[in-house]
Design a protein around this ligand. Sequence first.
Ligand code: ATP
Length: 346
Amino acid sequence: MTRRIAVLPGDGVGPEVTAEAVQILEAVPGLSLEYEEMSVGAGEYLQSGSPLPDATFERLKEFEAVLLGAMGLPGVRWPSGIEMTPQIDLRERLDLYCGLRPIRLYHESHSPLKGVRAGSIDLMLVRENTEGLFVSRLEPLERRAEFAEDRMRISRKGAERVCRSAFEQARQRRGRVALVDKANVLPSMAYFRMVFDEVSAGYPEVETERIYVDAMALYLVQCPQRFDVLVTENMFGDILSDLAAGLVGGMGMAPSADIGVRYGVFQPSHGSAPDIAGRGLANPVATILSAAMMLDWLGGETEKEGAARIRRGVERVLSEEGTGTRDLGGRMSTKELGRAIREAVQ
Ligand code: ATP
């Protein structure tokens, strides 16, 4: 069966890393994928006046999955001063409530931590994607000269469904979930914890712990090996996923999947990295691993085998000392690393 994929390369390093991921998908034996490329992002805004034109939004909903590069450029902003973030608009408009952000160490030299082995850091951060502290994006409060404020919203529906996703992840992994909150200070977070506790009652086989976000920042640096699945609200997830990426080689090593009931958008956790764009320095691994997550989510036998094949290819290539782009301590260009992984996948 041919699966139809909308490809949104976006801005900055987005097109460079997406091109590598698509070529690797094309190299997977047995897969039948059809792609349509669409222009979304800050570049599109400069062309048409909208970073996500309505016609494009309607069109991409006809596809089975979306593979996205990166979006936004620091010099292209709304009059309010905020950057264009159509990738966040997509999460909200397609109700992609579950942000899956796997973090895995592929080679000990990628980590700034001492004495960690490849594979010893292997966790899944589950980020709530549609509310939390990002809710003011959709309902901006009046901006007065004296102060500005944002709102944190945790709804029962939002908390329940993301906690359930975290427990389902834990079932397929090592059976442990840590809730990350700030229940000691914020009423919204105490509510999140209450819902988490209710959901956990339905998963007696999954071990749970509850950790304040500040302590979690400490533990992730001190002993990331201890964690399996983490679940948290939108903003905490945003911050902790960058921290966690830093433990395994940086943003170029952090894939993600934003999943709802019907749609799935797959993209690296990083932004458009304008500081390195257009120079062949971007690490394509996060996007390549996001493409593997897409295959898993699409779900046929061939797709799942393809996903496993891509992951094994990445693992094999990165297990060699000194292999990788500059961020990993290597000397390869984006295309060279992409080619090496493609050859390992073929
Ligand atoms: P956003 O808020 O849109 O997620 P950001 O402001 O967090 O973006 P990024 O664009 O993710 O910023 O870049 C953060 C840092 O990580 C930069 O130094 C950038 O060069 C680096 N980086 C991001 N992506 C990659 C990549 N694929 N390969 C190598 N380095 C990267």
